[in-house]
Design a binder for this molecule. Sequence first.
Ligand SMILES: Nc1ncnc2c1ncn2[C@@H]1O[C@H](COP(=O)(O)OP(=O)(O)OP(=O)(O)O)[C@@H](O)[C@H]1O
Ligand SMILES: [Mg+2]
Length: 256
Amino acid sequence: MATKVICIANQKGGVGKTTTAVTLAHGLARKGKQVLLIDLDPQGQSATALGLRPEPGAFYLLTMGDSSPESAFVRQWLRETGRENLHLIAGDQQTMAAQTVLNAQDKPISGIQQSVHRFSKENLDYIIFDTAPSVGGIQERAVWASNFVIVPTATEFLSADGVDKVIQMLAILQNTKQWKGALMGILPTFFDEQTRESKATIEALRGAFGASLLSPIHRATILRECAAEGQTIFEKDPDSRAAQEYKALADLVAKF
Ligand SMILES: Nc1ncnc2c1ncn2[C@@H]1O[C@H](COP(=O)(O)OP(=O)(O)OP(=O)(O)O)[C@@H](O)[C@H]1O
Ligand SMILES: [Mg+2]
């Protein structure tokens, strides 16, 4: 199987991007898939969510050339996570500087795709990008390098705003930059059917995105605890509803 690349994106903050990237990555790894999670967010939270330390792996991935010593150097930042089949390139605040370097080097839109080509010999089934809550050259290039994009969105009023902006970016990349990938789906998060806000938001999203709307992830305090403790939900409570919902997402992604 060729490596499938999936980008988790929404320029809005705190909508569940990192939770989704980390949990989906672990969910696929638990299905026996070889998964590389790459943290393109300077906050470095993909590492901490797995109980690991943020470090500048992503910075080097984004900025080093493809000579063989440079590639060998970048590959040294590939970390085992202590979970079978799940590998990580962590990020940290240096990723912010990568943006400046990308601009200075005038890297093409295909820049990140070229960067991840280094790992094509690793027999990876999936590469998953966690991205920062902003728009910029890194986000655009990460989407361009991806076969599919998942857009988590909190089921709150005004959340459609962030979704619209991502959808617009996807259309621009398809229409003007020959991006060949596609939206896999909009993932409603923090869902709570007790609140009118959650229900109304889901209905509005369904009206706007129809079949692209994925099954929601409910609001669950345990997910917050997972992030704080450096465990995924599959480790902390595999029988919880949150674990089942994220397992269903991994099953769906594996069928795409
Ligand atoms: N379904 C959920 N229910 C309750 N808490 C959640 C849920 N999903 C994520 N969280 C918690 O909400 C916070 C924000 O989630 P997360 O870090 O995944 O969002 P993000 O979009 O990556 O944020 P940022 O834009 O800052 O990178 C975290 O503390 C996380 O543990
Ligand atoms: Mg995040």
